[in-house]
Design a protein around this ligand. Structure first.
Ligand code: KIV
Ligand code: ZN
Length: 519
């Protein structure tokens, strides 16, 4: 039985994708859950990318025990130094350095000759080894690289001290048979390959990231880089939950290969990421989608009730899919709340539990039952919303509506500390209040998506509003929860606005890095 190492890059490649940026506190919550999930390596960020990335890698290195903590670094001394510095407090650390090896990247992006790339790779690995014995080297755009050159770079990187060699399909271009053949080629043509673990990192542009990664495992790769819910650049990365469950369910096919992942934590981890990013997976998403274990047709229902294996190749419990809903109410105490939070995968200090308890009690007074979704909403509001000062804050609003009234709203808000007021009419109360906010700010973002749903099945349910907007080319999603649907919509809209505004500054701060040509 051989192990495949699971390298999670949700906090680096995943976070890099538009609409998925996370605050430092959010990254820490995710990293703690990833450790509980049992991943072997957490790529906590790209320390040189920004001050925020450095701080997140550093905090995770300090707080998260168990997995190896890793930072990405270009093949540049200053990047490697920052990665080494951010990782200093980690119990186990890895520097992951990379350079592109395809002709198109070397010629147009790096403007370097193949010989220069070889030297840069060698020096970067050697330098990274001065910070840790665990060094990963990636040949960016490996699947479009010339094979003999790729073999040469890998050989040199291993000689220089790389312990893991990563083969990324950076642009999601390869297909399973071709990728399997590439891994086989590396194993047969790189003389010192037995001194390193072969890793793969596949993007999903053609929808084959998981299939390509699994084919690579079949051909000898022993580390897979992947992300929760498959988030990542463009179409995303290989989905961690799909890789892990495919290896588990089809262990017969993969020759007994196993991973360290506690699959019962998969659903919880996926949901935590959804809550944090405000971006939910589609209902039919494999393993963690709402419908992944739902049976609608009579024939299927009958089959499953008679024997689950008729239509289920794995059980919902295997992935931690909730089968029972435990309900808390106004008579529940702090103890019950705490054990519920632990069961949901959160790890809070006693002081933080006090904060949640206070909000929980206030909510339980307003509605009969408080569900997991309600608690998640409280946690999101209390801890996971952007830590940075929010540019837009709604101070007060008032809406007049009725069956014979034109809905009219007045809003008082502050924009970066400056108070503004505006009124507007709309096609409904929500439309009116959103128009008033836009008027007060003098902006008109495009509303790409808007949905509102009850979190629980009662008339006193909390409503969850989810919106996607585009503001000056920046797309952002927002989420608001309240027992009042207008209030939920207002906070969701303002949440999306704030994310879009903050994301613009984030993009600008990263722009200088991109100009030098990299991820
Ligand atoms: O897709 C890619 O090539 C990467 C590397 C930096 C590993 O993310
Ligand atoms: Zn990538």
């Amino acid at each position: 039985m051989e192990k495949v190492y699971i390298f999670d890059t949700t906090l680096r490649d995943g976070e890099q994708a538009p609409g998925f940026s996370m605050t430092t506190e959010e990254k820490l919550q995710m990293a703690l859950q990833l450790a509980k999930l049992g991943v072997d390596v957490i790529e906590a960020g790209f320390a040189a990318a920004s001050k925020g990335d450095f701080e997140a890698v550093n905090l995770i290195a300090r707080e998260v025990k168990g997995p190896v903590i890793c930072s990405l670094a270009r093949a540049l001394n200053k990047d490697i130094e920052l990665a080494g510095e951010a990782l200093r407090p980690a119990e186990r650390k890895r520097v992951h350095t990379f350079i592109a090896t395809s002709e198109i990247h070397m010629k147009y992006k790096l403007r370097m000759s193949p010989e220069e790339v070889l030297q840069r790779a060698q020096k970067a690995v050697q330098y990274a080894r001065s910070f840790t014995d665990d060094v990963e080297f990636s040949c960016e755009d490996a699947t479009r690289s010339q094979r003999d050159f790729l073999y040469k770079v890998i050989e040199i990187a291993i000689k220089a001290g790389a312990t893991v060699i990563n083969i990324p399909d950076t642009v999601g271009y390869t297909v399973p048979e071709e990728f399997g053949d590439l891994i086989e080629g590396i194993r047969n043509n790189v003389p010192n390959i037995d001194k390193a673990i072969i890793s793969v990192h596949c993007h999903d542009d053609l929808g084959m990231a998981v299939a390509n990664s699994l084919m690579a495992v079949k051909h000898g790769a022993r580390q897979v880089e992947c992300t929760i819910n498959g988030i990542g650049e463009r179409a995303g990365n290989a989905s961690l939950e799909e890789i892990v469950m495919a290896l588990k369910v089809r262990r017969d096919f993969f020759g007994g290969i196993y991973t360290n992942v506690n699959t019962r934590e998969l659903y919880k981890t996926s949901r935590l990421l959804c809550r944090i990013t405000g971006s939910f997976v589609q209902p039919n998403k494999a393993i963690v989608g709402d419908n992944a274990f739902a049976h609608e047709s009579g024939i299927h229902q009958h089959g499953v009730l008679t024997h689950p294996l008729t239509y289920e190749i794995m059980s919902p419990e295997d992935v931690g899919f909730p089968s029972t809903r435990i309900v808390l109410g106004k008579h529940s105490g702090r103890h019950a709340l705490k054990s519920k939070l632990t069961q949901m995968g959160y790890q809070f200090s006693e002081l933080d539990i006090d904060r949640i308890f206070e909000r929980f009690k206030a909510l339980a007074d307003k509605k009969k039952e408080v569900y997991e979704e309600d608690l998640e909403a409280i946690i999101y509001e209390e801890f996971l919303k952007a830590e940075e000062e929010e540019p837009v804050k709604v101070l007060h609003y008032q809406v007049q509506t009725g069956d014979k009234l034109l809905p009219t709203a007045t809003v008082v808000l502050s924009y970066r500390g400056e108070e503004r007021t505006a009124s507007a009419t709309g096609n409904g109360p929500v439309d009116a209040v959103i128009r008033a906010i836009q008027k007060a700010l003098g902006i008109q973002p495009e509303l790409l998506d808007f949905s509102i749903k009850a979190l629980t099945p009662n008339t006193d349910a909390q409503a969850e509003a989810r919106l996607v907007i585009e503001l000056e080319g920046v797309r952002a999603s927002g989420r608001g929860v309240d027992v009042d649907i207008i209030k939920a919509s207002v906070s969701g809209f303002v949440d999306a606005l704030n994310r879009a505004i903050l994301r613009r500054s984030y993009i600008l701060s990263k722009e200088s890095i991109r100009q030098e040509g990299t991820v």
